[in-house]
Structures are given as C-alpha cells and as structure tokens.
Write a new protein. Structure first.
Length: 338
C-alpha cells in the first residue's frame, strides 16, 4: 500500500521488503502508519529468484528494505532484483534501505591481488537502479564515497547511548573502551556522549590471511575499578569482544557492558558471549536475532524508529541529520525492545 503525503498529493511512498527480514519491514511500516507493499517472490528449482509487485508503483518514492543476513549472497541478489523490478515499473525514486550492509568490512586492500568488495557492492546497487542508499553504522564511514549518489549513513549511537545512560548508576565511574585501535574515534564520541569519562582501548592483532581470528593482548588506559562500556560496530564470531572483555577483567575492571549495533552472532559467538562474564550485552535488531540466541543478560533495541524517521525525512525532503537529536532525549520507558 502506498501513502499520500497530506498537502502534496503528487507524492506517494511505498515500502517493499525482501524475504531476509520481513519483521523489520513490518516494524518500520507500523512506525510510518502504512502497509508493506505485497510482493510475489519465490525461488525456481535451480535457485534463481523471481519478484513482481502486486500493484502499480509508477511515480512512487520507493524504499526497498533488505538486511544482508545469512545467506548473505542470496539476499543481496534478491534486493538487486527487487530494485531492477522497481526501476522497470517506473518508480520515481528508489532508495535501497540496508540496515546491515554486506561486505562492508572489505573496504580496502590489505594484500596484493585482493578485491575491494565493498566498492563492488555499491557499484551493483548503482547498476540495478538505486538512486540512494540508506544504511546503519557502516564498518568504515568513508565507504560512502563508493556510491555516486546520496548515502544516508544512520548512526545507532544516539539510540544506544541513551539506553546506556538509563543503566548507569555512577556516571563518574564509567570508562569507554574500544576493542581495538581502529575504533578509537568512535569510542571518543561515546565518551563525550556519556559525560566525558576516561577512554581506553585494547591492543589487538589480526592475521588477515585467516578469517575470524584475532588476538587481544593488553588494555591501553586505566580501567581498574571502572564500569567499562565496550563498544563495537558488530559482533560476528565474538572473538574480538571476548578477548577484549577478558583483558578488561584482567586489568581490574569492575564490570563490562558490551554494546554493538549489528549482532551477527555466528558460531562460536554464543559460546563466547556466555562465558565472557559481561554485565549486559546491548544490540540493535539491524539483523534478526532469534530467541535461541538471546541470552538472559542481552537487550535488543529496535532500530525501526530510526529507519522510519530517516525514510520520512527523505520522503518529505527534510533533514536526516536532525532526527538524531531526538534519540538522546529518550528515557527508559521510551525504548522499543525488538
């Protein structure tokens, strides 16, 4: 179902979703007060995918939502097909809404004869017909430059920091910790948002020839007796977070709260999170987190209000940047749990 903007009858918004994560699309639609456009989608016997929209989208401002969860290559391809179908159905504008963007970690070459896969993904969305990209917490902010058009790089930090503030009992005893040197800048922003407390990071090494293997060595900074907030953009297999948590405990931290935007939680992440002795693990639902992966000390915040607000701002030619101002004002009862 499309929605007409009151006072601007020549504009209408449609939201469509692939099969990767339909619940998130429905949550976003509920926030916008619209329905998700019904779409016919299925696989052929050989694995090829089919897509057709069940009503006209001519002249619509279309938002094609798909989070790149597992099986990641299938869902990327499905979103590309959906965008191509939308373009051929004469939509006025097409925004690819990708809460978690696949291949975002492969944004540069470490060794010779490697691809820059993140650039390839952006090129594919350009070729499919996307006019705009909307995503949450890209692994590297500068990868926005891979897309030759507008990129709405949404930040979950205001949502997450607002929640963390409701969990702090002694603001003067907080230390923000980056799990490696590469995310110190983000940790600095967190520290400022939480009141300007001390900052630390974990010295980590990684052999890029072996995936999902990292070694955390020591904490740089004073965390003794501190309630530490360990922040990262994603938890994949949990190796980095587990190693950093162990280092913090060894350095005398009073407690460790783990915060990340994307909870990919691939094996053996759950085993590591269970035994890392974290006070709380805070994630958003940019990718689906099934009940069997939700630990007693895990909180999952809904990203739908942020996506809906950004989509509305784009649709009405408003400011996407301004919407981040409303999340720091939230208090405990205002949070939607996924």
């Amino acid at each position: 179902m499309s929605v007409l903007l009151e006072g601007v009858p020549d504009k209408n918004l449609v939201l469509v979703t692939g099969r990767a994560y339909p619940k998130l699309a429905q949550d976003v639609a509920d926030q916008l007060g619209i329905d998700v456009l019904k779409t016919t989608q299925y696989d052929f016997a050989n694995g090829e995918m089919y897509c057709r929209y069940t009503q006209s989208v001519r002249g619509a401002d279309a938002f094609v939502l798909q989070s790149h969860t597992q099986p990641i290559n299938k869902w990327i391809m499905e979103q590309l097909i959906m965008i191509d179908a939308m373009k051929r159905a004469s939509a006025r504008s097409i925004t690819a809404v990708i809460p978690f963007l696949g291949y975002s970690r492969q944004d540069k070459k470490h060794l010779g004869r490697e691809p820059i896969s993140s650039r390839l993904i952006f090129d594919l969305f350009t070729a499919a017909g996307a006019d705009r990209i909307m995503s949450v917490d890209l692994h590297a902010a500068q990868s926005q430059g891979f897309f030759d058009g507008p990129v709405d790089h949404l930040q979950a930090m205001p949502l997450l920091t607002s929640y963390i503030k409701t969990r702090i009992t002694d603001p003067s005893n907080i230390a923000v910790v980056s799990p490696d040197a590469g995310r110190i800048r983000v940790a600095e922003q967190w520290a400022a948002a939480l009141g300007g407390g001390p900052l630390a990071f974990v010295h980590k090494t990684r052999d890029i020839r072996h995936p999902n293997q990292a070694a955390s060595h020591r904490v740089v900074g004073d965390v003794s007796g501190k309630d530490c907030v360990l922040v990262d953009d994603m938890i994949d297999t949990g190796g980095t977070i587990y190693g950093a948590t162990q280092c913090l405990h060894e350095a005398g931290a009073k407690s460790v709260t783990i915060v990340a935007t994307h909870g990919l939680l691939n094996d053996p992440a759950m085993e590591r999170l269970r035994k890392c002795d974290a006070k709380e693990i805070v994630l958003t639902d940019t990718v689906p987190i099934p009940q069997e992966k939700r630990l007693p000390n895990m909180t999952v915040l809904s990203i739908a209000p942020l996506l809906a607000a950004a989509m509305k701002a784009v649709f009405t030619d408003g400011s996407v940047a301004k919407l981040f101002e409303e999340f720091p004002k939230r208090q405990g009862s205002d949070f939607l749990l996924a």
